[in-house]
Design a protein around this ligand. Structure first.
Ligand code: MD3
Ligand code: FE
Length: 206
């Protein structure tokens, strides 16, 4: 018995939204951000177990995870410095695809090495669950899994390639999702194998 997967309302995959030159320009901005706000190792609340993905942020707020919990905060967990400004390219992307009236406050940078993955989860740490999430993939292809509103709902897997943009609006905003694995050697954008994902978010109401 196999179940069919119904794509959630509000999910949009914009394949190859950024061409190679734009990906290189965006990557240069992200490298500058992580020079000022070094990648940190997020940890699971309570167990303190490290996640396999390293992270940083730009914008007025950044998502952090440590033994005390998951939260947004205005400063870097290791350096205490404010997060770097969000590059204009990302503000323009949000304006172009989000359909939301206010700008994003947080850009989470997820940096995957060849073996990193992200388990199935929901994004619920934002006060504002009405604004969409906008995601950009750079570097090696990631095998992305999108599910439904419960952990047991059917899921469907799809590849996210360098330059792809995903918009998670409407019902898709609260769907379970994760990254099963990355496919090393599928892109020449980065100097080494790996994948970068950017997620733009509105954290608070207007
Ligand atoms: C579906 N990032 O940062 S991006 C995350 O590739 C996260 O690093 C993954 O899940 C990554 O929370 C997936 C695509 C994505 C982002 C946010 C979503 C899918 C989503 C929020 C709700 C539903
Ligand atoms: Fe997520």
């Amino acid at each position: 018995m196999t179940q069919t997967y119904e794509f959630p309302q509000g999910f949009r995959l914009l394949s190859a939204y950024f061409d190679r030159a734009s990906q290189e320009a965006l990557l240069a901005h992200i490298r500058e951000v992580v020079t000022k706000a070094p990648l940190f190792q997020p940890r699971m609340p309570r167990t303190n177990a490290p996640l396999s993905v390293r992270m940083s942020n730009c914008g007025s707020l950044g998502w952090v995870a440590d033994k005390n919990g998951y939260r947004y905060q205005p400063d870097h967990p290791d350096t205490g410095e404010p997060w770097p400004e969000m590059p204009k390219m990302l503000l323009d992307l949000w304006e172009g695809v989000s359909g939301y009236e206010a700008p994003p406050q947080a850009c989470l940078i997820n940096w995957y090495d060849g073996g990193a993955k992200m388990g199935l989860h929901q994004d619920k740490d934002e006060e504002n669950l009405v604004a969409p999430v906008v995601s950009v993939s750079l570097g090696d292809t990631g095998v992305f899994r999108l599910g439904g509103l419960t952990r047991k709902a059917p899921t469907r897997s799809m590849k996210l390639s360098s330059g792809d943009v995903v918009v998670l609006g409407g019902a898709s905003r609260l769907c379970y999702h994760g990254i099963d694995r990355i496919m090393p050697g599928t892109s020449t954008l980065l100097r080494q194998s790996g994948r970068i994902n950017l997620t733009l978010r509105r954290v608070t109401p207007l």
